[in-house]
Design a protein around this ligand. Sequence first.
Ligand SMILES: Nc1ccn([C@@H]2O[C@H](COP(=O)(O)OP(=O)(O)OP(=O)(O)O)[C@@H](O)[C@H]2O)c(=O)n1
Ligand SMILES: C[C@](O)(CO)[C@H](O)COP(=O)(O)O
Length: 231
Amino acid sequence: MSITHWCVIPAAGSGARFGGDIPKQYVEVAGRSILLHTLDALLSHPRIAGAIVALSAGDALWPVSLSDMHGKPVRTCIGGTSRAASVSNALAALPVEVTGGDAVLVHDAARPNVSHVDLDALFAALDSHLQGAILAAPVRDTLKRADDSGDIAATEPRDKLWRAFTPQAFPRGLLAKALGDAASAGIDVTDEAMAMERIGIHARLVESSEDNFKITTPADLARFEFMVSPR
Ligand SMILES: Nc1ccn([C@@H]2O[C@H](COP(=O)(O)OP(=O)(O)OP(=O)(O)O)[C@@H](O)[C@H]2O)c(=O)n1
Ligand SMILES: C[C@](O)(CO)[C@H](O)COP(=O)(O)O
């Protein structure tokens, strides 16, 4: 019997870069919110045990009747003023049966298109590299650094550069400690791996499909709508 893992879903953002009248995770695509697409993609995988969703304190859009999906528990907690704070709050709210040594998967609510193929690859890496693993994609474009006027200042080396995606999987206890340490140091980490690197833990990079993109701007939404629309 394969080990199953809980997911932490930071979903307390306001979607400033996306704009619009409601937080982007509640925008509907093909009849359901982006957040529900994300939960479905995760909880339909046999190695996912349940999910805890970090919501903003004023969230009035969460379907309060939702307590399970695919026969697995779905819980909520109140997020924080940063993604990292939301993840920390959700880690603290996980069920007691999730021990400090159990790996949990942190996945952006705004990444609704994660595939089971990629989740399988993440679990395979996690099973063999206990310190942690993240889905990511190698940089395949030439990278330019802009100057203040928006012209090219330099071309940056791209060898061994990857773009971090989610899920990012780490032991619950170590991740909570790493996030707490970063917060105490006043460092706003942008992903879980950054916090873990600060305490000397370097996750395995697992190549992910480019389809596992984060919906950040309206152009990203159009891309997802095209992907889920019936042909
Ligand atoms: N205080 C916050 C900020 C972000 N998130 C979540 O972290 C994920 C990735 O963050 P991002 O794409 O930046 O979402 P927003 O912060 O909502 O977007 P923006 O930065 O454009 O406001 C999203 O699912 C978002 O809901 C969160 O749980 N708590
Ligand atoms: C966690 C993440 O999705 C990895 O690329 C990214 O760092 C989130 O950044 P955001 O600015 O909070 O969307």
